[in-house]
Design a protein around this ligand. Sequence first.
Ligand code: AN7
Length: 351
Amino acid sequence: MIRGVLERYKSYLPVNEKTPMFTLGEGDTPLVRSKTISQEVGCDELYFKLEGCNPSGSFKDRGMVLAVAKAMEEGGESIVCASTGNTSASAAAYGAYCGLETTVFVPKNNIARGKLAQAITYGARIILIDGNFDDALKVVRELTAKHPIILVNSLNPYRIEGQKTASFEIIEDLGTAPDYLFIPVGNAGNITAYWQGFVEARNMEWTAILPKMMGFQAEGAAAIVRGRPIAKPETIASAIRVGNPASWDGAVKARDESNGTIDSVTDEEIMEAYEWIARKEGIFCEPASAASVAGLIKLSRNGVHLKDSKIVCVLTGTGLKDPDLASSMEPVFMDEYPPQLEAVERALGLH
Ligand code: AN7
């Protein structure tokens, strides 16, 4: 029986006897050892943290379960978020489980189809914003300042508290924190949460070392790298198409305190990593998730010595989230044939 994030980590989370304890099966995600990319980048010990194995298909569920549990504890009846897609799917799932009125604000033209399908099917109210994620976040902040509706974006501190549990799991699996943690950066909540988790774990003496935090933004949405907000962010990785990250300060703190870096990767680098992860490792993640591995490949190409380091790349969401992009990949082989042995033998070069 999976215990879920609340039960498993209750001693380390802001829960009390009044907090409802429930789970949709979030957390306890696999840490899978790399078979081929590790050789490509010259690192002996590379792992992928498969956050796409969470119940709604992304890491957001770790924080959402706590944010929604606290909303229930406080007698809330209504939750809202702005989202590039995954937060909306997660809020819709936990909102449905708890019988809350759930409203999600998403950019009209930039949400992956799987994520919208989830919000629709879980029964959330969906506001399509004629603007980008940053515009949507601004309006939900105004809305929740004025009305008794609970904001479940990562500005909600319970989201960060829940998400930090991923660091605890990595330490449990490796017996130590890794030397490097590679992670995509969008609104910057997750890198903030991982760093908080690692620091807390070190203070509890679960690990002697802390990882260098290696955050990667998409080049067309690299506000932190550039040092200023981007008015019109663009990237194929719609999940991280964010121009003004809400947790900017948290990301900078994680970078600076860990001697890490926040850098950018191009859409081409993201797509190369996306294909490698699928075709060399058998793992189907969404394009935003591939930004972590794209960052690792970039570093290795720049000649950084990684051989003796333990490295974890966080794969934040499942590839099924973005079926349109996946279907646009060049197939190794795809053609149409009649259901006849001879025809398919000829096609496959079998005589
Ligand atoms: C797959 O759902 O911001 O840096 O509104 O969906 O914590 O924002 C999603 C972000 C990485 C970036 N990978 O995490 C949203 C949203 C995936 C994501 C990120 C997101 P943050």
